[in-house]
Design a protein. Structure first.
Length: 646
């Protein structure tokens, strides 16, 4: 049977209810165990009623006395039957120069078997065959086949000497030996003798430093090997009789300072304590149901009780030491504030909570409580409160829509996946889906009902607005509508800004008209020499124009019209003086006018053509431009002619 299957069977304990009978505690399985869940839920399953059955399994290498590794034990009036004890099993002994009769691979505890030695060999007892007993996983006496001989040679002996120098002895002959000071024979004496037997020397002569003396006999058990004394490094194995168990170490070793660990004892298995006592208002903290000598049990007291006496007691000689008692406190312990939880809250019914008081928690709609809804304060502290988790089975009444309503009458609860429809009040515009679904306990997002806008005269006045269309005054504007305004007289909006307002969920986004900015006026326009103008005022509004005219023969340089621009006049023109023709200068330069002229005044920039007077000439000028002078800023240049050569 596989182990896994075995555990399953272990659960199929019979619960045939026999009349009021004995109860069996959690079994104490040496080198074995029962199904894991019994350990976890010990308090639930134990003690078991008489007649209950339980499957038990031995650890690897151990078996029940029945020879099985798994067995069933039954709760009887005497306790568990058969006792839940796993013994170490024995392997088939390996015997060189011999053989085991009816050999098996494994032997149960206390099984016996017989072995024989081959021709020419004999057992330890000197026989041809011998019976051995499986004790604590060991074969006793230790089996072995020794060669038959008719003579023995003395083996080398350290820390001692033979009384004779003879080396070879015949069967039946003996030899004596003596150990050096401080050394002893295997029997603990300073001298001994050995006999030559057909299987060899009766024992091997040896002299060792004695470190450990004879071992006391073990009540209800034994040990191996049994020797009158032990030397350093000797190992002794202990075993106990049926229904007894080793208390201490199964193996001990002899050191120069003695045994380590100390030899064990065999303890009666029934040497256990009953379940620990439960004082009134006391709480037993120990989870064990089975207690051995030396085990401890811990206590605490109920809320508002004080522990008097030891907090822990011990199992001694099958009895518990005196347990503590719990005494009621005069004043109750005040608790901290009850812990808060997300998506829910504590339903407070008391102003002050004392130890032992309980408080309930409630979750907000759409959430359900996880864990116990009530928690109790213990010793002034609250345990972990429950949690509120999303209720994903059904939805509660759908939420109320602001400025809207459900199309149908709402129900108290809705199944997952169902839907409801909303509509908005008149003039309200719906944004989002009108259908809302119940999805895993919560309603999907609601639509929005966007409010209409109404105009108020006060709002408009505040922003220097009037309606473009007076018929709009008592209209309802829906969300998204545009209201057309215009600025009141003397007010304006920055350039390119529309005088419009959008209705956005009940709020008109009004523009604001600002008072038109007044531009600065100018004083009298700048004076220009040799000019006349059409100005006559002292103050000119921004934008006013003034026109200049130059006096006769004066040249106008620049624009004749200038403007007052926000307090400043543009640059005015200038009137440049004319040139006057001088006959004296002409005579000095020996020139005369080429063309007759109406006036002796020439405008700035004007050219005047000359000719040389007869008998005079000017090659240079003649070739390039002819004889030419120019009026520049009131000065006329004259070309010069010189008397003709030759
Ligand atoms: C084997 O050893 C046990 C324990 O010492 C003893 O009780 C039992 O009688 C022995 N069996 C035989 C067949 O000698
Ligand atoms: C061991 O204990 C069991 C049950 O208590 C009993 O039946 C059995 O006889 C005992 N064995 C010995 C050797 O006392
Ligand atoms: C404009 O002309 C008048 C005469 O018509 C004169 O008195 C006044 O000074 C002139 N103003 C300027 C700015 O030239
Ligand atoms: C001067 O004359 C111009 C052009 O005729 C005219 O626009 C302007 O208003 C006049 N200015 C004054 C101060 O009369």
């Amino acid at each position: 049977m596989k182990l896994q299957n075995f555990w399953l069977l272990g659960f199929m304990l019979s619960t045939s209810c026999s009349s009021e009978g004995n109860e069996c505690d959690f079994p104490d399985v040496d080198n074995g165990k029962i199904a894991q869940y019994y350990y976890i839920f010990k308090k639930f399953y134990f003690p078991m009623k008489e007649g209950s059955k339980l499957s038990v399994s031995c650890s690897a290498g151990y078996i029940f006395q029945s020879g099985r590794q798994e067995d069933e034990i039954t709760c009887t009036s005497e306790g568990w039957e058969p006792p839940a004890i796993c013994f170490k099993k024995c392997l088939r002994p390996s015997i060189p120069n011999g053989f085991v009769h009816n050999a098996k691979e494994l032997y149960k505890p206390f099984d016996t078997t017989e072995y024989s030695c081959h021709e020419g060999f004999m057992t330890t007892n000197g026989d041809s065959s011998e019976t051995i007993n499986c004790t604590s996983g060991q074969w006793l006496p230790p089996p072995g086949c020794h060669q038959k001989t008719d003579s023995c040679e003395t083996p080398p002996l350290t820390n001692g000497y033979y009384v004779t120098t003879r080396k070879s002895f015949r069967v039946m002959e003996t030899v004596q030996y003596q150990c050096n000071e401080g050394y002893y024979t295997a029997t603990g004496t300073s001298a001994d003798w050995v006999e030559c037997l057909p299987r060899g020397w009766s024992s091997t002569p040896s002299c060792t430093k004695m470190a450990c003396g004879r071992l006391e006999t073990v009540e209800n058990g034994g040990f191996y090997p049994v020797k009158p004394s032990y030397t350093e490094r000797d190992v002794v194995q202990f075993y106990c009789k049926e229904n007894y168990s080793i208390k201490g170490s199964e193996l001990i070793q002899c050191y120069s300072f003695g045994w380590d660990p100390q030899p064990p004892i065999c303890e009666e298995r029934k040497n256990k304590c009953p379940p620990p006592p439960r004082p009134a208002h006391g709480i037993l903290l120990s989870s064990l149901t089975l207690h051995r000598v030396g085990d401890k049990a811990h206590y605490d007291c109920d809320d508002n009780y004080m522990l008097i006496g030891p907090e822990q007691i011990h199992c001694e000689n099958g009895h518990w030491t005196t347990p503590p008692s719990c005494v009621q406190l005069k004043q109750k312990i005040i608790c901290d504030k009850p812990p808060q939880i997300e998506n829910g809250n504590a339903v407070r019914s008391l102003e002050v909570y004392n130890s032992g008081d309980a408080i309930q928690y409630k979750c907000t709609d759409g959430y359900e409580i996880e864990g116990p809804k009530e928690i109790t304060c213990k010793k002034g502290k609250w345990p972990e409160p429950p949690k509120c988790i999303v209720n994903n089975k059904y939805c509660l009444t759908p939420p109320v829509l602001i400025k809207g309503e459900l199309v149908e009458t709402p129900l108290a609860s809705y199944e997952d996946g169902s839907s409801v429809e909303y509509k908005c009040h008149s003039f309200h515009l719906m944004e989002g889906s009108k259908t809302v679904y119940c999805e895993r306990g919560a309603w999907s997002d609601l639509p929005k009902c966007l409010k209409p806008c109404t105009l108020t005269a006060a709002d408009m006045k505040e922003r220097n607005l009037e309606l473009q269309w007076s018929s709009d005054l008592h209209s309802n504007f829906l969300h998204g509508d545009m209201v057309e305004f215009q600025c009141m007289d003397g007010f304006e909006l920055p350039m390119y800004t529309e005088v419009k307002g959008l209705c956005k969920n009940g709020q008109i986004q009004y523009p604001t008209c600002k008072k038109k900015a007044s531009l600065k006026s100018c004083g009298p326009p700048p004076k220009v020499e040799h000019s006349i103008n059409n100005s006559s005022q002292e103050v000119y509004e921004s934008g006013s124009l003034v026109v200049y005219h130059c006096s006769e023969y004066h040249f106008l340089n620049g624009h004749s019209t200038i403007q007052c621009s926000n307090g400043l006049w543009e640059s005015p023109p200038t009137c440049i003086e004319p040139c006057v023709l001088s006959t004296e200068e002409m005579d000095r330069s020996h020139v005369r006018l080429k063309w007759s002229v109406d006036s002796n005044y020439f405008l700035h920039g004007e050219f005047v053509d000359f000719l040389c007077k007869p008998g005079y000439e000017n090659y240079e000028y003649a070739i390039t431009f002819g004889l030419r002078g120019q009026c520049r800023f009131g000065y006329l240049t004259y070309p010069k002619c010189i008397p003709r050569q030759g």
